[in-house]
Design a protein around this ligand. Structure first.
Ligand SMILES: *[C@@H]1O[C@H](CO)[C@@H](O)[C@H](O)[C@H]1NC(C)=O
Ligand SMILES: *[C@@H]1O[C@H](CO)[C@@H](O)[C@H](O)[C@H]1NC(C)=O
Ligand SMILES: *[C@@H]1O[C@H](CO)[C@@H](O)[C@H](O)[C@H]1NC(C)=O
Ligand SMILES: *[C@@H]1O[C@H](CO)[C@@H](O)[C@H](O)[C@H]1NC(C)=O
Ligand SMILES: *[C@@H]1O[C@H](CO)[C@@H](O)[C@H](O)[C@H]1NC(C)=O
Ligand SMILES: *[C@@H]1O[C@H](CO)[C@@H](O)[C@H](O)[C@H]1NC(C)=O
Length: 493
């Protein structure tokens, strides 16, 4: 299923490429206007509603990566040795920054049905959580303590939502395995294949790599496994984290204007039409799950049902049946068809919120994720001024982070980024050709999404395969300002 072409996309053939531009402005000759994404089944409400069978050719029921390159909600494709396309030999890789969503997890408590038919337990792992003095003169190391969730026989209170020994959310054991493999695959490419990263055998990698997480603990749960997949580290590794109220990666800094715009996007005419089109599905799901029609969280979009059902499916747990007098009524259960429709709606919603809603979508993402964009831009700059010697900057984040990034990059086919969904920025140095012509040298960037070159609808970015770094920086600077100087203003702070 892997496309041999260098261009990305999920093989949903575009019927036309959108070209309308709003507010195109200059960023050093770079067009920073919004351009419509391709028109595909993903953002076609008729196809969402009428679609029968599956969810395009997407996978929802296993982390298996045999059909690599295919969208897999449970375990998205990432850079991997067997499929990796090497750059032409005149390009020397000098820096890699990547960001990916955490791996598969239990659902969030807020996504639970009023009565869940089964417990969800996590006794097969520990969440290691402890403080330890670094360089303590007293040499008093901490014990390796971990959280063990349990159900008290005495406590009469029942949590709303999921019941079990897991945290909701928590990366599941299968998600931890996927995280380790993700790290191992990255090392296979960037060490074994490219000899860019140091080997595992020495400690040389330690001051060449940076790992960053968000304040949501599930990203740290993933980090431990990803890092050992990459390095099999024999001692501790720091994880950068910003203060919880201003974290640019999650993102969490105050940005009223972005919230206002996202609310507007989720209440415009197209959004209302899609909720209307979803009514028959809602009445089926509500009836079986017992979610009241007045529950706004479940009814402002299909997001909660999507998360609720897909988390079960990725972990081979059954769809719930109607619970009548505390018993399953197995004649009325949520079906795969219902789930598939919810999933198709989910992709439509992500495409609408982050891409189709026009300039507003771009502005909202730029404002709410602009600080991280400016941080990335500065890293790319520092490589060129040789101010830094970090080779590898690794961000572990959320669908909200990856979606906003895809929105800023104006990806031509927007999907809901599934578990582990990855965007990689590879920065290359191209030597000046001394004879025979063929280029002026300089720095270039290739952007990979799901392991393949990302295509942007914005003509200045286009197929993001070796675009001059100045173009990308001009684009970023034009939108967020150097040092994120435009972000506070765009947030209305
Ligand atoms: C949307 O999908 C429907 C049904 O599959 C199709 O008839 C229609 O042409 C599509 N619209 C666009 C704009 O592609
Ligand atoms: C997942 O679904 C596909 C298509 O519906 C099916 O062929 C496959 O056997 C399923 N895999 C698992 C692990 O359930
Ligand atoms: C699914 O939704 C139900 C109904 O609100 C909720 O009780 C349950 O916790 C949700 N489960 C997940 C995994 O989101
Ligand atoms: C990891 O390192 C340990 C020694 O610290 C070694 O015994 C083990 O085989 C290594 N595991 C892998 C998967 O390389
Ligand atoms: C729920 O399903 C039952 C059984 O199919 C049906 O009798 C009832 O009318 C449904 N309720 C709603 C609100 O759709
Ligand atoms: C109810 O159904 C679920 C599957 O939806 C199953 O896991 C659970 O064991 C059932 N409970 C009872 C009491 O039959």
């Amino acid at each position: 299923m892997w496309s041999s072409s260098s261009s990305g996309g999920w093989h949903l053939l575009a019927t036309f490429a959108g070209v309308s531009s709003y507010g195109a402005g200059a960023g050093g000759g770079v067009d920073i206007g919004w351009y419509a994404p391709a028109s595909t089944k993903l953002n076609n409400i008729t196809a969402v509603v009428d679609g029968t069978g599956g969810v395009y050719d997407f996978i929802y029921n296993s982390s298996d990566t045999t059909r690599y390159g295919t969208y897999n909600w449970c375990n998205m494709p990432h850079v991997r040795k067997t499929e990796y396309v090497k750059a032409a030999k005149e390009y020397e890789l000098v820096y890699v920054e990547l960001i990916h969503r955490h791996h598969k997890r239990t659902p969030y408590a807020s996504n639970a049905f009023p009565v869940e038919p089964y417990h969800w337990n996590c006794d097969d792992q520990g969440l290691y959580f402890y403080g330890k003095p670094i360089d303590s003169k007293r040499k008093t190391p901490a014990a390796q303590t971990y959280w063990k969730g349990y159900l008290s026989a005495i406590n009469p209170f029942v949590p709303s939502g999921w019941i079990g020994t897991c945290q909701f959310p928590q990366i599941t054991t299968a998600g931890l395995d996927d995280s380790w493999q993700h790290g191992a695959d990255l090392h296979d490419v960037y060490h074994d294949l490219l000899n860019f990263l140091p080997s595992r055998d020495s400690e040389k990698w330690r001051d060449r790599v940076v790992y960053r997480v968000t304040n949501n603990l599930i990203t740290s749960q993933v980090a431990g496994m990803v890092i050992n997949g990459m390095w099999n580290a024999s001692r501790e590794v720091p994880l950068l984290v910003q203060a919880s109220t201003i974290d640019s990666l999650e993102p969490k800094y105050p940005c009223a204007k972005a919230s206002f715009l996202f609310d507007k996007i989720k209440s415009n005419e197209r959004w209302k039409e899609h909720l209307n089109a979803a009514k028959p599905l809602y009445s089926l799901l509500d009836n079986i799950s017992g979610v009241p029609v007045t529950d706004n969280g479940f009814h402002e979009g299909l997001d909660h049902y999507y998360d609720n059902l897909s988390a079960r499916q990725c972990h081979q747990k059954p769809f719930p049946c109607k619970i009548v007098d505390g018993k399953n009524d197995t004649s009325e259960c949520i079906t795969q068809d219902m789930a598939n429709k919810a999933y198709r709606f989910g992709h439509w919603e992500y495409s609408h919120i982050y891409r189709d809603a026009g300039e507003m979508a771009l502005t909202a993402s730029v404002a709410s994720f602009g600080v991280w964009i400016a941080e990335l831009a500065e890293h790319l700059r520092e490589v060129m001024t040789e101010k830094q010697h970090v080779l590898w900057y690794h961000n572990i984040a959320h669908d909200g982070s990856v979606s906003r990034l895809l929105s800023v990059l104006q990806v031509d086919e927007m999907v809901w980024p599934g578990m582990g969904a990855e965007v990689v920025f590879e920065q290359f140095y191209k030597k000046k050709q001394t004879s025979g012509g063929g280029g002026d040298g300089g720095y270039f960037v290739r952007v990979l999404f799901g392991g393949r070159v990302l295509t942007s609808s914005n003509p200045s970015l286009g197929v993001m395969d070796m675009i001059p770094v100045e173009t990308l920086l001009g684009y970023f600077d034009g939108l967020v300002g150097r040092g994120a100087s435009l972000v506070a203003g765009k947030c209305g702070n």
